[in-house]
Design a protein around this ligand. Structure first.
Ligand SMILES: Cc1cc2nc3c(=O)[nH]c(=O)nc-3n(C[C@H](O)[C@H](O)[C@H](O)COP(=O)(O)O)c2cc1C
Length: 209
């Protein structure tokens, strides 16, 4: 595969200090709402963790930004859950292709309160609740068939029984320490603004592209 001649010129928007403002959350909200106009899943969030010094990256779905924290839901016993037991430092990334924008966030992950995980778990469709119970996420699975069988057995079991959120399924809240907003520009002279939290206040800087 040779992609050396594949290039797109970025020229749709600009990111200048006067419009960016001092509050990274306000800028994130603005960019998120603009991405929502064109992207079916603007809440696709790439989360990187580190386990035994090995970075690992995967997509999850951002479910809310609450009290400044970026929240997603998962299995606490998955690979990412194990990584987060060891190292709470994470980076997350949003890429909004139509707007030629990227947002990078670095921060600290912690589990959300059980009540919050309950509220979200019980708001999901019954099949998703059973799916979460059926999946020992990231463990080896002998066959697709075994998973479907397990799902069917659980479905039959929960026909007449109440479903309970498994204790190993819940949310993580990522508290940002820094944001970087990247806007593609012509001639590769892209705009990059970083926001870093210093003594509870955000300081903004421009970086070379
Ligand atoms: C569009 C998309 C959305 C996803 N959303 C989630 C999610 O919200 N939570 C989750 O645990 N995995 C989600 N996944 C699956 C993860 O990318 C990953 O395969 C899974 O969490 C296991 O990762 P791990 O082995 O690193 O723990 C999603 C994948 C895609 C492509």
């Amino acid at each position: 595969m040779d992609l050396k001649d594949k290039r797109v010129d970025y020229n749709k928007f600009e990111l200048v200090e006067e419009h960016a403002g001092k509050d990274p959350y306000a800028l994130f909200n603005l960019w998120f709402s603009e991405a929502s106009e064109t992207e079916p899943e603007p809440n696709i969030m790439i989360v990187s963790t580190s386990h035994n010094d090995q970075p690992q990256t995967r997509v999850v779905l951002l479910k809310e930004v609450k009290d400044g924290d970026f929240v997603f839901y998962t299995n606490y016993q998955s690979s990412k859950g194990k990584a987060l037991e060891q190292n709470v430092k994470v980076s997350i990334l949003f890429f909004w292709r139509d707007q030629q924008r990227q947002v990078r966030i670095e921060g600290i992950a912690s589990k959300v309160a059980a009540k919050e995980s309950d509220d979200y778990f019980y708001s999901r469709p019954k099949e998703s609740q059973i799916g979460a119970i059926a999946s020992s996420q990231s463990d080896e699975l002998t066959s697709r068939h075994a998973l479907e069988d397990k799902f069917k057995t659980l479905e039959a079991h929960y026909e007449g029984n109440a479903i309970e959120r498994p204790a190993h399924w819940g949310g993580y809240a990522i508290s940002p320490k820094s944001f970087e907003f990247w806007q593609g520009r012509a001639s590769r002279l892209h705009d990059r603004l970083t926001y870093e939290k210093v003594d509870a206040a955000w300081t903004r800087k421009r970086l070379y592209p």
